[in-house]
Design a protein. Sequence first.
Length: 132
Amino acid sequence: MQNWISGSVDTAATKTTKYVIANFVPVVGSAVSDAYTTVRGSLQILRSTTGVVGIVSLCLLFLPPLIQLLFYRAVIAIGTAAVDLFGTKRLLRLLCGAQQALAIAFALLVCFGIMFVIATAIAMTIGSGTSG
């Protein structure tokens, strides 16, 4: 509901601005009004492009540590299988604990990445409310 209302307010503000420019700027008012519409559309495209680029760069930022953690978990899983084969209980508990710690680190990294994306989206939404 809030998005719909804010979209209507944005549309009304844009139409009002266009009307004021078209009627109160002598001679070139309609041209300036059309230019305003073009600039506003370009800024919205730029904002959405920046959002996409930001999310892609965020993925590129978080992807190497995630892959590294997956490789560590795979190595420890192989080590756990080998230790289990030889029957060393204390080393098995150690490797299982390390594997759980890496799983927690992976989950935390994913959570921080998602929180960063959400915070970026909120900041962009707040920023879009002030332009107009």
